[in-house]
Design a protein. Sequence first.
Lengths: 292, 340
Amino acid sequence: MVEANILVGALFQGFVLGLIYALIALGFNIIYRVSKSINFAHPALILLVGYVALVVSRQNGIAAGLIISLAVAALAGLVLEKSLAKPLIGKPPVALIGATLGAFYVIRGVTFIVGRFEAAALPLQSTYYSLGLLKVSTNDLVSMAVTGAGLLGLILLHNKTRIGSAIRAVAEDAEGAAGYGLPVSRLMTLSWILAGLTGALGGLALSLKAQVNPYLDFYAIKAFAASILAGLDSIGGVVLGGLALGLVEQLASIVLEPYLPGIGGHIAFFFLLLILLVKPYGLFGTERIERI
Amino acid sequence: MPAGVFKETYGEEIAIFRYPIHYAGAALGLLFALMLPILVGPYYMLLAVSFLIFLVGTVGLNITVGLAGLISLAHAALMGMGAYVTAFLAEKGVNILVAIPVAGLSAAALAFILALPSFRLKGYYLAMASLAAQFIIEYIFALIDPDQYVPIPDEAKYLGGIYLGRGLPLYYTTLAITIVSILTAVNLGRSILGRAMKAVRDNDVAAEVVGINVYYVKAIAFTIGGFYAGLAGGLYALYSSGIGWEGFTLEGSIEYLGMVLIGGPGRIVWGSFLGVLLVRTGWTLLESTLADLIVSYVAAALKYLILGGMIAGFIIFEPEGLIAVLRRFKEYLRLWPYSY
């Protein structure tokens, strides 16, 4: 049987990663709600944020790195909305999927020119503490705080504020919302910027957790599974989806690793296919009544 | 259209050769394809072989994406399936010309299994399902082939004493298989199945109302795309002395999708032709020039920038792809010097 301290450590790591997955998945869901399509550029945004934070913080300190990477992500969200989502309103969702895939590559290209494919940790000192069976690093705690605050803030913004209810109205029925005098187009832009910021927080937390490396976007692609499990148009559900994904991943890498090497990194995709087969609208998503 | 050619039956309207220029074009094209080894050197002939291989794969994806309107992100994985099946059969002593169709069929079977989620789901969910499938298949490749190298035994590549894996025999074998598969694809587009796919792409509810089995058509479109991917994989195994899965990753799938979307989705032959020519062959040629000019990491990043920018740009400004640009240019020339 597995030793207790390994199990506790894995569960904790799953929890921390799960929160990050949840935050990244939230970015997918925010976009899906307003634009009814999946934003494949989101994973590249995570990568971009990591590298911008790395490059800037090397020269100007970690605080400047954080602020500039957040600003870059918000700007990227704005540019994506203006250049892709807006011209493609009214086109089939497949068009926006293809266009964001293109943007995925463009942002990757920019990132690799900025970051030169290197792998390095953010310049932030990390110390380890022992709590009984558990070893905790300050980086874990910081990324937990960042993701927790980000998730809480966005869910509150979405559910409790006037702006949040306006965004919900646009997501529900854009034409109806326009009829009530809501600035639909500005709210859509705001949603894309919010998604960019969400991605930035997730990306920063991820770079603390797993170093900045050219494969950061892979984590974000895995976060699709969390997004689908929650239901693509659910906001609060992503917390549960992300945590489920993080824990499944860690448990799989403990239990199945001896039989299938490397399964921990890929179990998310089996999970994703399974959800799509069994419950495609997710746990909290609205089931649309259409048969095709 | 040239005056003087009139169509009296529906059959004439949908024939492959509708105008005299089509006969002339086909004859010249065939002649050019057959003469190519004489016209160019061995390096460009190998480039042409790789062009043909990816043309077969892209034609398949163009059926899935262009005709049926389904986004598939698992095409490179399906091609890999074909390549690995060919390698496995060749290892067992099966002749490669037998192994290649079997590779196509096995990739089609895999694609059918992957299409099962799309029975219930709309387009963007299929994109997710195929993305997941791409990573799962990549993972399985990594399990069965950890060294990224499976040799293709030369003994399997003989036909009547002629070695097919090199030079002229390689080119002509690939050309023959490509022509057969392209003709099949053209006829598919004109058949009842092809029209059903277009109907599903344009309006799935209306398609169901007129009695088309939407689930069935979607699954078949994905399966046929998989068959062509498998064929391309088999040809790839014929072309190379050994295969590794680094060519069958998500990047390969996105490149395939880019070739379809840039060339012209829905225009199975010419759209795919232009897409492969521009994206695959064009990049290969550009890369060798760039390699001397700029630093390697910029060159690697530049590929993402150019390909991604072109995909997004074409979707926004010219959703019908490069072929529509050419058609407009042709119309302009035809009407010149008048504007209409």
